[in-house]
Design a binder for this molecule. Structure first.
Ligand code: KG4
Ligand code: ZN
Length: 338
């Protein structure tokens, strides 16, 4: 295959991500600008503000990333961007810039599925000890918008094994954090608080683990936490204890279903991606499981678990090498099954 250098652009939500991936040399440069502070005062992402901030940050970030990669735009063989799913206005900023740049440079533009980007992120960097994980494997995608188990027979060949019937795992973290008064974005804050919590002080259900199947449901957990919180002294230690109980319930539920999915698919390799993949306790629990089974689990580094341009550049480079790219029409897909 001819080596390619691809510029990747991610603007599906509240992170502006840009990166250059080179199939011969690996990741050349990457940068993420997070809009967290902008949205924190509203307690969640405000779509119109997100779009406007992408407009402000994207071009400077592209210049900075190309400079870090030691490249001029002329050295780029393709421009990949997140075409969906995500916030439509935010997606259009990335798509518009990517398509215009590709047109001006006379190189292909490649619209990438955001979740395929997450799914391939564990393959982005070489693991010196074990090499990159190779399909077939099972992928656990756990972000703010999705919780899915996917069987990956080969790159581009995906089969959904199970998914959440209501809240995504990250959404459950965020909503639970909010109801205990933690600031947005709650997931990482709740995880940090749980570190000070005592294991077993509060025990919450492991939803849907008592019956067969690979689907998830996290919305009931949030209600359990609400009742526990309201019935408590609402002190600092109690909040940490509840956070710990909640985190343990989510981690245990995800681990049980991952093991089941590996059994069902006859695989021994698990990859984990999406924002919740940055969770330390989840990482440790899945490492234990893989060790016990004699299998393997791979995670991207935490910065590539959450939204970033590197995963989009990487997914775009693989697609470009496989001869796939966009036609002339500019199109984004806010709701899109992989
Ligand atoms: O993948 P991502 O950056 O954006 C989406 O595509 O959704 O995931 C963000 C989600 C948020 O819900 C956030 O609270 C959660 O990932 N998250 C975490 C942690 N870091 C991020 N949840 C639990 N523990 C963490 N350390
Ligand atoms: Zn994401």
């Amino acid at each position: 295959r001819i080596p390619v250098k691809v510029l990747g652009i991610e603007t599906s939500c509240d992170e502006t991500g840009v990166a250059v991936y080179d199939t011969a040399a690996g990741l050349r440069a990457h940068a993420v600008y997070s809009q967290i502070e902008l949205h924190a005062q509203y307690g969640g992402v405000v779509p119109e503000l997100a779009s406007r901030d992408h407009v402000r940050k994207l071009l400077p970030l592209i210049r900075q990333t190309l400079a870090e990669a030691g490249l001029e735009t002329a050295g780029i063989d393709g421009v990949a961007y997140t075409a969906g799913p995500g916030l439509v206005g935010a997606l259009l900023v990335g798509a518009g810039v990517a398509r215009a740049l590709a047109w001006a440079l006379d190189v292909p533009a490649i619209g990438v599925h955001h979740m395929e980007g997450h799914l391939l992120a564990p393959l982005l960097e070489d693991d010196p000890a074990r090499g990159r994980p190779e399909p077939p494997f099972v992928a656990l995608l756990v972000s703010g918008g999705h919780t899915q188990l996917v069987h990956v027979a080969a790159i581009g060949r995906y089969r959904l094994l199970g998914e959440t019937l209501d809240d995504a795992a990250g959404e459950a973290f965020d909503k639970t954090a909010k109801l205990m008064g933690l600031p947005y974005p709650g997931g990482p804050q709740l995880a940090a608080l749980a570190e000070r919590g005592r294991p077993g002080a509060f025990r919450f259900a492991r939803p849907m683990t008592d019956r067969p199947g690979l689907d998830f449901s996290f919305s009931g957990l949030k209600t359990q936490v609400l009742l526990a919180w309201q019935g408590s002294d609402r002190g600092e230690q109690t909040r940490a204890d509840i956070a710990r109980g909640f985190e343990d319930a989510v981690v245990e539920t995800l681990a049980i279903k991952c093991e089941r999915a590996l059994d069902a698919a006859g695989c021994e390799t698990l990859v984990v991606a999406g924002g919740v993949g940055a969770n330390k306790r989840l990482r440790a629990r899945l490492e234990d499981m893989a060790h016990r089974r004699g299998g393997r689990v791979s995670f991207p580094r935490p910065a590539f678990c959450t939204d970033n341009g590197a995963m989009i550049a990487f997914a775009g480079a693989l697609r470009l090498q496989a001869g796939q790219h966009d036609t002339a029409a500019v199109r984004v897909t806010p709701r899109w099954d992989m």
